[in-house]
Design a protein around this ligand. Structure first.
Ligand code: ATP
Ligand code: MG
Length: 804
């Protein structure tokens, strides 16, 4: 057992009563049901590698034990001799340890219980609660009946105890062939729960077991083994996934009939994890491996723990993800974006930044002296990460930039390098592009010739002039060539198993799930770094040096995750200054981008708030979706929106749709845009726009109410806040509560007088020259009208009263 490390944001620490399982445990602790003991188990079958779904079960079981000072057992549920293997036992142990858990002395194997289980079966036989059946497998199925039709009793059901004991012992001794006999519980063939219709407990298998060899030729089935193993180990809370809900009855029946008494173990079911854009069953994962769709169980695209580890995902992120998903009773699908969010969140706080260029384009800085080079000291962490460190990065006359950071003929809204434009090389200098050199034959751009401004060393200009874009770069002479493997989602659709008749889930594989970039360049500071070291390549993504394929002098970098969620369905990402949105449409944009261009917009935009990164992302979205580029143009030229508003409203597909719909209701482009950009966007920090109860219509109505002068700005804000919380129609709200603006001077004059009478000192002050007090008086009147007064009218009346 790991000591209860309380950790912040790493998926560790006590989460008292936060879910129904913990509520049950709390109750037992309060009642002293198990004398304060909390004992759980993680019971994998060693027939494959663990996946992210298992991680949920591990985090729950080990986490619970950790939180309540208990223990969690690692038990291999290894009673099927046909599929199990020692290599899986080893990999599972490695995976559980990697996740940060330790079972201490509590390592068990169900196969070690074969003798005890056999004896429990004898107990049932002697009680007349189990019998040897000699129907064939097929007959047994047929006799079982259906949900609507009761089953039939086997003709062997009433064999005597002696005959049953004799036959069962001879089954064990190997006297019969497979399928000749089975041992069944004797319960009720008309039971409404089909599982209770005399379930099979043991069957004959003449097969060698990976641990027990040929000691046994009868093997107990899951329903018999599992509950008894729990009881042998004194488990208190046996947690399993929902599909075992119907098995709970047999769990209890067996324990009661064998003679385990309270307080004994009980089973509780929680929802299994289903993750979009991947498959999870071992059988399907095995198919991917066997058919060569992936390179093995630990392929970085696999949802296996081994795959995630190889890719560079951290155990902290996996635990955090499991914590975010939580434990619930209803089945649900979880978006892959959630896992990626947890990964980014952890890496952002822990890994150093470096610069790396995936698709190098050479820039020659013509006014930088030949042969000169300088070292820039560059911080390895941004301001908002509480880690310190920097590294020297050489700068010289020739640098590489990302090829797609340059456009010869940039569309409006592209804010990176172009002919005649000035941009910043991150932490270095401003450069201006003077000349584009092309291959005379292919016309391909092979080099840019630029000039730099020596006054801008460090990345800012003494005259305060601004540039629109900041690019990452690597010095040509010093850069380290590396291989980069850009991993993306393994499947191109959220539910890969949803396929037409006659096809299988592999048709949904994402052909661009791995793109190998053979000639990327990174800054020389990574030379000599150990395999397994993680970095953020600024503006590009998080990477880890591959532990298997890297060699000294030829490093391979796995992309762990992009810097932002370009698939974005639910995950919150910064749109502007850390403002976030979840967006299905953007996900589509991304898929289109992947299809259209195999590099799939690989270099993501940096996510640091306050940079112009959201802008780049929006540029990219517009490039991938011409209709949004067109929207940008029309917002600027036809609707006359401010540049920034047009950019945001056309760069985020979800916002653009919302904006257009709102204009249908109330055609005041800048008015609606202001509310969307200044107010609505802020509300999407914690939840996606699609989940806000504000609709295009209600927002447009609100803007109209203001424009019609029906309500004042403060009332509008108040109503907006309410709409965000509970939705609703602003017109009705105004009517219901009489919030119409008060602009009739005759209504307001008495209030103005009241305020002035109540504050004689301030009145003297004002008359003595402190005219700034006008704001104070206005506020007092506004408060008395609960914000309904028209401030201009109030001020006019105040001036009249004070000066007249
Ligand atoms: P698969 O269905 O992928 O083959 P399994 O259920 O057969 O997996 P086991 O080795 O029997 O795999 O599972 C060990 C434990 O992990 C069980 O308690 C099981 O309930 C749990 N588990 C398996 N898959 C998930 C999942 N997707 N979400 C949560 N828990 C899971
Ligand atoms: Mg299983």
């Amino acid at each position: 057992m790991t000591a209860g490390r309380a950790g912040e944001g790493d998926g560790r620490g006590r989460r008292e009563g936060t879910d129904f399982i913990r509520a049950i445990v709390e109750k037992h602790q309060a009642q002293g049901t198990y004398g304060g003991r909390v004992e759980t188990r993680f019971p994998p079958e060693p027939n494959g590698y663990l996946h992210i779904g298992h991680a949920k079960s591990i985090v729950l079981n080990f986490g619970l034990a950790e939180e309540y000072g208990g223990v969690c057992h690692l038990r291999f549920d290894d009673t099927n001799p046909l599929t199990e293997d020692m290599k899986y036992v080893r990999s599972i142990q490695e995976d559980v340890r990697w996740l940060g858990y330790d079972w201490g002395d509590h390592l068990y194997f169900a196969s070690d219980y074969f003798q005890r289980l056999y004896e429990c079966a004898l107990v049932l036989i002697r009680k007349g609660k189990a019998y040897v059946d000699s129907l064939t497998e097929e007959q047994i199925r047929e006799y079982r009946g259906t949900v609507t039709r009761p089953g039939r009793e086997s003709p062997y059901r009433d064999r005597s105890v002696e005959e049953n004991l004799d036959l069962f012992q001879r089954m064990k001794a190997g006297e019969f062939a497979e399928g000749e006999h089975v041992l069944r519980a004797r319960i009720d063939m008309a039971h409404p729960n089909m599982i209770m219709r005399d379930p099979v407990l043991y069957r004959i298998r003449h097969a060698s077991h990976y641990r027990k060899g040929d000691d046994w030729c009868i093997y107990p089935l899951y329903d018999f083994t599992h509950c008894l193993s729990d009881a042998f180990e004194d488990i208190t809370h046996s947690l399993c996934t929902l599909e075992f809900e119907n098995n709970r009855e047999i769990y209890d029946w067996i324990l009661d009939e064998v003679g385990f008494t309270e307080p004994r173990t009980h089973q509780y079911e929680f929802a299994r994890l289903n993750l979009d854009f991947t498959v999870m069953s071992k059988r399907k994962l095995l198919k991917l491996v066997k058919e060569g769709h992936v390179d093995g169980w630990d392929d970085p695209r696999m949802p296996t723990i081994a795959g995630m580890r190889r890719r560079g995902i951290t155990p902290e992120a996996v635990r955090k993800f499991c914590e975010m998903v939580g434990v619930a009773k209803a089945d649900n699908r979880v978006d892959m974006g959630k896992l990626e969010f947890a990964v980014r969140d952890h890496l952002n706080r822990t890994v150093p930044r470096v610069m790396g260029v995936l698709d190098p384009l050479k820039v020659v800085i013509t006014n930088y002296p030949e042969g000169r080079e300088e070292e820039l000291d560059i911080p390895s962490y941004p301001h908002d990460v509480p880690l310190e460190g920097s590294r020297p990065v050489p700068f010289s006359r020739e640098v590489y930039i990302e090829a797609d950071d340059f456009m010869e003929d940039p569309p409006e809204g592209f804010h990176r390098l172009a002919p005649g434009r000035e941009v910043r090389l991150r932490y270095a200098y401003f450069i201006t592009c003077d000349e584009v050199v092309k291959d005379p034959k292919s016309g391909e751009i092979v080099e840019l010739r630029c000039t730099y401004d020596p006054e801008t060393r460090g990345g800012s200009a003494p005259d305060g002039r601004k540039v629109k874009g900041t690019l990452h770069w690597v010095s040509v002479a010093h850069g380290l060539p590396v291989e980069a493997r850009l991993y993306d989602r393994l499947f191109r659709v959220p539910d890969p198993e949803d396929v037409p008749e006659g096809q299988d889930f592999t048709v949904n594989l994402n052909p661009a799930s791995r793109i190998t970039v053979e000639r990327a360049v990174v800054e020389p500071s990574v030379t000599g770094a150990e395999p397994g070291t993680r970095y953020q390549f600024e503006r590009v993504g998080y990477f880890m040096i591959d532990e298997l394929d890297s060699r000294p002098g030829s490093l391979v970098f796995n992309r762990i995750v992009t810097l932002r969620d370009t698939w974005a369905k639910r995950v919150k990402e910064s749109v502007r200054d850390g403002v976030v949105l979840g967006d299905r449409a953007e996900g589509r944009a991304r898929i289109e981008a992947v299809e259209g261009d195999p590099a799939g917009g690989a270099p993501g935009a940096p996510g640091a708030p306050g940079t112009d990164t959201g802008r780049e992302e929006r540029d990219r979205v517009r490039r991938a979706r011409p209709e949004l580029a067109e929207a940008y143009r029309s917002y600027r030229e036809e609707l006359g929106l401010a540049e920034e508003d047009a950019d945001i409203l056309s760069g985020v597909p979800e916002l653009s749709g919302f904006f257009r719909e709102a204009l249908q209701v109330h055609h005041d482009p800048q008015g609606v845009a202001n509310w969307m950009v200044n107010e609505l966007l802020r509300e999407t920090k914690d939840r996606p726009l699609s989940e806000l109860p504000v609709t295009p219509r209600t927002l447009a109505e609100l803007v109209a109410l203001l424009a019609e002068d029906t309500i004042s700005q403060p009332v509008a804000k108040e109503i907006f806040a309410e709409m965000v919380e509970e939705g609703g129609d602003p017109r009705e709200k105004v009517k219901e509560r009489g919030l119409e603006k008060m602009s009739d001077p005759d209504d307001l004059r008495p209030l103005v007088e009241e305020v002035l009478e109540a504050h004689p000192q301030e009145v003297d002050g004002y008359r003595g020259g402190k005219t700034g007090l006008l704001g104070f008086f206005t506020g007092q009147v506004m408060r008395r009208t609960r914000g309904k007064a028209d401030p201009q009218t109030v001020q006019r009346l105040l001036r009249e009263a004070l000066e007249g």
